[in-house]
Design a binder for this molecule. Structure first.
Ligand SMILES: [Cu+2]
Ligand SMILES: [Zn+2]
Length: 236
């Protein structure tokens, strides 16, 4: 670690020396500090916020039915969108999914982040729950819990998620899986309950990737439109 620090300081210094000569003034010391800090930031948080996005990083996951799921099962499509302030902000998500049965009394559906972004064998090749801290389910960073579809759709906004898009535990490049059944939240009294919540078959999945802010703004304004329509209808 010390070696790395001296290397970084050396790099930062060499940058300053070429700019300002060999007699660093107070201002250039400040400059060195900033450069070292930037280098540490880029090592610790390899995904930087886009300059044009006000310090926010966006990601999307384009949900598709698993190629291994039977044709008579729900064919789930849609998007899960993420937004996070660089670099310590809380992750927010919009779940926007369609293709569930229209019956409103069906059980909830579990949604998790899985370890691998590998869809070569449908959703079956995405591995287990993303579990960087080696803890039991449902304490994994991508244990989003149960979602109840309304009229065949899941439309949900979740702030303050535990997962992150930055640093060594970034969820970018990993997958999101929608399950056929409800998550037992670790209360199933068996081994699988503490690994995956016994949520059953994998209906649909997607790989999380960086995007610009357009999708988020589109879905967010849809959600606000719906709310204002609902409020407006109360006054009609
Ligand atoms: Cu899962
Ligand atoms: Zn889990």
């Amino acid at each position: 670690m010390l070696l790395l620090l001296s290397l970084l300081t050396g790099l930062a210094l060499s940058g300053v020396v070429t700019e300002t000569g060999t007699d660093p003034s107070h201002a250039s010391l400040h400059d060195i500090q900033r450069k070292v800090n930037d280098l540490w930031q880029s090592l610790l948080y390899p995904v930087m916020a886009d300059n044009e996005s006000d310090g926010l990083t966006y990601a999307t996951c384009e949900m598709k039915p698993s190629s291994k799921i039977d044709a008579d099962k729900p064919q789930v499509t849609g998007q899960v969108l993420f937004r996070q302030h660089y670099s310590q902000g809380r992750l927010e998500a919009i779940f926007h999914l369609d293709g569930f049965p229209l019956d409103n009394n069906q059980s909830g559906r579990a949604i998790h982040i899985h370890e691998l972004g590998d869809l070569s064998n449908g959703c079956d090749s995405t591995g287990g729950h993303y579990n960087p801290f080696r803890v039991n389910h449902p304490r994994h960073p991508g244990d989003f819990g149960n979602f109840s579809p309304k009229e065949g759709k899941i439309q949900k906004y979740k702030p303050n998620l535990f997962a992150t898009m930055f640093g060594p535990y970034s969820i970018l490049g990993r997958s999101i899986v929608v399950h056929e059944q409800e998550d037992d939240m670790g209360k199933g009294n068996n081994k699988a309950s503490l690994e995956n919540g016994n949520a059953g078959k994998r209906l649909a999945c997607c790989v999380i990737g960086i995007c610009n802010k357009n999708l988020w703004e589109e879905k967010q304004s849809e959600a606000i439109d719906k709310r204002s329509q609902a409020v407006a209808s109360e006054y009609l």
